[in-house]
Write a protein that binds this ligand. Structure first.
Ligand SMILES: Nc1nc2c(ncn2[C@@H]2O[C@H](COP(=O)(O)OP(=O)(O)OP(=O)(O)O)[C@@H](O)[C@H]2O)c(=O)[nH]1
Ligand SMILES: [Mg+2]
Length: 459
């Protein structure tokens, strides 16, 4: 019996086909994949970047300082990427510019959009006789949760179970996983396969992962069980509560078979999709995790390291899994930098660097860059006198309110704080509503360093 119904595989195949398609003759093409864990800021980033690519030629240079071939651009247009579901740029922009403006809803699955730039090449002979070049920038949005599955490729079902079960019993997860653990322990692994039982306990496991997500925990495996819309419940497995080998036809054997099928699906994703995305942006929302405290931050660090390890595998294929293995550029980006004052941005980058780990940063120094950005700036900075001293405050409208407030976001540590030092920090990282910019569709959106990401990726 084929356990994974064709839905997930069909979607993967069509994406893989689309990605293997060559650009039309005379077109240069750069594929830029944007990923990040839930709520990292992918959708806002793509919307704001696309908006800038479409309009920045007409803006004063200071609004988007790095814009490729400014002055040589003839036209910019939006296209679809054949075979890839469309990223709904216009809808997202309309929401951001609406009255009142709105942040986007959650998104799942992979989508993409092509920005076609026609420009004359810079030439010593002058721009009027230089040939026109077409450059397609394909922006692809996919959930970073899919990358959390890579470690599973080199783990047996027993090994993975051991690790996942241990995690499920630690910290805040112990309570969240309780219902699932009780059901899983009561399952007789040696009895004949009972699809109904497996469905019920599988449902409880997915429920546990969802609850972790609600509690802002990020290291959630298998990543496809809760992100992306194409995992059927009959394909769900869960960690074994005790390791053993099982006879054919038993519950244990059924779970193992599902694990093996899932591994095949993940391997195909790495071979056919991830391996073809050579320029990638990984967005990380460090600030919200800082605000939530030690456990949330440590969990984010675990997930981010699993993601960077996925990129390492592109260089030295584990068990020769990846046939394409190569990465051209990787931008590791801390988002929502407008939640802190400008003087703290270097510390934010230091924190990201420390979270990722010096060995990775050094080993990939040539292809990777660390940046801090704001895709759409929701705050302004103001100076206020506080007990006789001039201090920087942030001013913005909190989500759900109508009047602006002024806050001091607190000192951002330049390194990951030691476990016992968390109490020394007093963060005040708030969620702000998007700025009210009015209705002009083609005016600049306020941002921080968005142009630098583009520069890093394509200059
Ligand atoms: N202030 C500020 N907030 C931002 C910015 N980008 C994202 N946010 C906040 O982060 C939330 C998530 O942003 P999205 O772009 O929807 O994140 P995502 O990664 O697409 O999230 P999912 O689709 O749920 O995975 C938004 O609702 C905003 O509250 C930004 O540039 N500035
Ligand atoms: Mg999104």
């Amino acid at each position: 019996m084929k356990v994974l119904p064709t839905l997930a595989e069909t979607a993967l195949s069509s994406i893989a086909n689309a990605l293997s398609r060559l650009s039309p003759l005379n077109h240069q093409s750069q594929r830029i994949a944007i990923t990040g864990l839930q709520r990292a800021g992918k959708t806002v980033f793509i919307t704001s970047l696309t908006h800038a690519l479409l309009n920045a030629v007409d803006w004063p240079a200071a609004a988007f300082p790095f814009f490729p071939w400014r002055g040589l651009v003839q036209s910019v247009s939006l296209e679809t990427i054949p075979g890839i579901p469309v990223f709904p740029y216009e809808e997202r922009l309309e929401e951001l510019l609406g009255n009142p403006p709105r942040w986007p809803d959650r998104t799942v699955d992979l989508t993409g959009l092509r920005v076609r730039l026609r420009h004359r090449q810079g030439s010593r002979l002058g721009k009027y006789i230089a040939p026109v070049t077409t450059l397609d920038l394909d922006l692809i949005d996919y959930p970073g949760e899919w990358l959390l599955d890579l470690p599973m490729l080199s783990q047996s079902y027993d090994d993975w179970s051991l690790q996942a079960y241990e995690l499920a019993t630690s910290g805040a997860r112990a309570e969240l996983s309780k219902a699932w653990r009780e059901q899983a322990r009561a399952l007789h692994l040696d009895e004949p396969e009972n699809t109904f039982e497996l469905l019920r306990i599988g449902g409880a496991y997915v429920d546990y992962l969802r609850r972790c997500r609600t509690e802002h925990l990020h290291f959630l495996q298998p990543g496809r069980f809760i992100s992306g819309s194409s995992m059927p419940l009959e394909a769900v497995f869960f960690p074994l509560t005790r390791g053993a080998s099982f006879n054919a036809g038993t519950n244990g054997a059924a779970l193992k078979r599902r694990y093996d099928s899932y591994q095949r699906l993940v391997r195909r994703f790495y071979n056919d999709v991830f391996g073809r995305l050579r320029r990638q942006v990984v967005l990380v929302d460090l600030l919200s995790a800082l605000q939530r405290g030690h456990e949330s931050f440590a969990d984010l660090a675990l997930a981010v390291r699993a993601i960077t390890e996925a990129f390492e595998e592109l260089k030295s294929p584990l068990l020769k899994l990846l046939t394409l293995g190569r990465m051209d550029r990787l931008a590791l980006v801390a988002t929502k930098a407008d939640h802190i004052t400008a003087g703290q941005i270097n510390n934010l980058i230091g924190l990201l660097r420390d979270m990722i780990g010096e060995p990775f940063v050094r080993a990939n120094a040539r292809q990777s860059g660390l940046l801090a950005i704001t895709s759409v700036r929701a705050t302004t900075q103001v100076m206020r006198n506080w007990q006789g001293q001039p201090l920087e405050f942030l001013r913005g409208i909190p989500v759900g309110r109508s009047e602006p407030i002024e806050v001091r976001p607190g000192e951002i540590p330049g390194q990951v704080p030691e476990r016992d030092n968390w109490s020394a920090f007093n963060f005040n990282i708030r969620e702000f509503a998007p700025p009210r910019i009015g209705l002009a569709q083609n005016q600049p959106l306020p941002h921080i360093n968005l142009d630098k990401v583009l520069q890093f990726l394509i200059a």
